[in-house]
Design a protein around this ligand. Sequence first.
Ligand code: ADP
Ligand code: 5GP
Length: 191
Amino acid sequence: MGTLFVISGPSGVGKGTLVNLLMQDDKSLVLSVSCTTRRPRVGEVNGKSYFFISQEEFLKRKEENGFLEWDEHFGNYYGTPKSFVLEQLKTHSVILEIDVKGALQVREALKGSPVEPVLIMITPPSSQELINRLSGRNSESMTELLKRLKRVDYELSQKDAYDYVIVNDDLNEAKENLEKIIGSEKAKRRL
Ligand code: ADP
Ligand code: 5GP
């Protein structure tokens, strides 16, 4: 059985960047692709960044208990496909890149099961740097950007609930810290 790693942190902190780097170096890890009802950003690929589905389809899957966890952010639904994650965990370690509420739901949902998720939060070196990164990404309108910034304090206030906190200041250093944590947690569980 693999280990389930749940990676969270405020929008723009660098989760996607770090996870991409990690996956390039460790081919044994499987990334869970979430479903969302939000529109794809330029460059996002269906099935790779997210499964972009309609609200109707999302609610149907939710009713069928198809999500390990789900949440609504910024007027859109996001959810982790349950059967994919549980199937992959039989043979691989799996990464979820989801928000704080979702991470806590995952921990709750798996209580009493053999899967003990490891929760890792990525934090920015400063609020100003987070704003710079989020606006520098140029992927959101001003309205979308402000919605994301409003959530930052809430996300960071939950960091004590996490098993590990990594400050993403220097990217390489943050990546190495993430690799160390993943390596030691996998070793504990022997996969
Ligand atoms: P998230 O997935 O958390 O929303 P992204 O991975 O999209 O964030 O990163 C947001 C922006 O910040 C991107 O433009 C990315 O290149 C940049 N970035 C990520 N990590 C760092 C870092 N350590 N130093 C400087 N810029 C970074
Ligand atoms: P974005 O729209 O910027 O891609 O993501 C917005 C927020 O949704 C981010 O905080 C991201 O971590 C979170 N998110 C992405 N996928 C999921 C998911 O499957 N479940 C939950 N709960 N949050 C998710």
